[in-house]
Design a protein around this ligand. Structure first.
Ligand SMILES: Cc1cc2nc3c(=O)[nH]c(=O)nc-3n(C[C@H](O)[C@H](O)[C@H](O)COP(=O)(O)O)c2cc1C
Length: 306
């Protein structure tokens, strides 16, 4: 096919290609594994884990929007121990990097989960300080620099040799402020963006469509916001960035990388087309080949701002 080196290294973790699937949009890979070999992917960010299992929020918890969706799933998951016992061994059958995504109600909970996951041998821990759909913790950590730094420090102190990537919220006035605080606290990488808070209302019943009233928006409609934030953050910090938000084709991923991302994650696009991550990978390779690049990593940070 193309003679382009697709490999990238994110905070010391080398992936065969820069395409990861985003947390919460790929479960633990089992359903998608029925469509293709999961070893085709660069990495899998598993569904967000909490210390104890969670049922998530009541439905309706997904609503369509123009070129996107709103969700208020609320971190439904089996808990970190069940992940380690059942889901991690399943994922380890594949030649793919496994990134565990965690949310806590306190810095201590983040610490406990990091210790368990580091011991279990995940490739990276993604610390979610940006979930808009849970009442305790979640977004509060992601919108206040001092809290974001505290969670990062605790996570790093308990993660051993496993790199820690902190996932930033777009629901802030200045995302670079949080990014700098998290970098200063020792994070190895940043991922962004999580979902943007949104709302839809049924004009006849006058009820919000989502039972939780508001939810997090994702999908192609958020791509320009995400690219802008990846660009701002990449210019503000030295640690690498995993870019996500609205990526559904190779050109979107190339935009993310030109804006400064080392790798990209594909989320909502997987719902409409399970093959989207592979199409993103192939489209990216095609663009790099057309531009005469020998490695796709040459795209990173290559934007020429006016
Ligand atoms: C249904 C759904 C569930 C999600 N669950 C999580 C989660 O558990 N943890 C997390 O960090 N992000 C979660 N996200 C956010 C995605 O990982 C991603 O940051 C966001 O959707 C933007 O990317 P996209 O537009 O490609 O979907 C979820 C998103 C969706 C749509």
């Amino acid at each position: 096919m193309h003679n382009v080196d697709l490999s990238v290294t994110l905070a010391g973790m080398t992936m065969k290609n820069p395409v990861v699937v985003a947390s919460g949009t790929f479960g633990f890979g089992r359903e998608y594994g029925e469509f293709y070999d999961l070893s085709e992917l660069g990495g899998i960010c598993a569904k967000g884990l909490t210390l104890h299992r969670r049922e998530g929020n009541p439905g309706p918890r997904i609503a369509e929007t123009p070129m996107g969706i709103l969700n208020s799933v609320g971190l439904q998951n089996p808990g970190v121990d069940a992940f380690i016992a059942t889901e991690l061994p399943f994922l380890r059958q594949y030649d793919v990097k496994v990134i565990a995504n965690i949310s806590g109600n306190s810095p201590e909970e983040y610490g406990v989960m990091c210790e368990k996951l580091a011991e279990a041998g995940v490739d990276m821990i993604e610390v979610n300080i940006s979930c808009p759909n849970v009442k305790a913790g979640g977004l509060a950590y992601g919108t206040r620099p001092e809290l974001a730094a505290e969670v990062t420090e605790v996570a790093k102190a308990h993660a051993g040799q496993v790199p820690v990537m902190v996932k930033l919220s777009p629901n802030v006035t200045d995302i670079t402020e949080i990014a700098r605080a998290v970098e200063g606290a020792g994070a190895d990488a940043l991922s962004l963006i999580n979902t943007l808070r949104g709302m839809r209302i049924d004009v006849n019943t006058r009820r919000p469509i989502l039972k939780m009233n508001t939810g997090g928006m994702s999908g192609p409609a958020v791509l320009p916001v995400a690219v802008r934030m990846v660009w701002e953050v990449s210019n503000a910090v030295k640690i690498p960035v995993l870019g996500m938000g609205g990526v559904s084709k190779g050109e979107d991923a190339a935009q993310m990388m030109l804006a400064g991302a080392t790798a990209v994650a594909v989320g909502t696009a997987c719902f409409a087309d399970p093959y989207a991550p592979l199409k993103v990978r192939d489209g990216l390779a095609e663009i790099a080949a057309r531009q005469g690049l020998s490695a796709v990593s040459e795209l990173t940070g290559g934007v020429k701002p006016w």
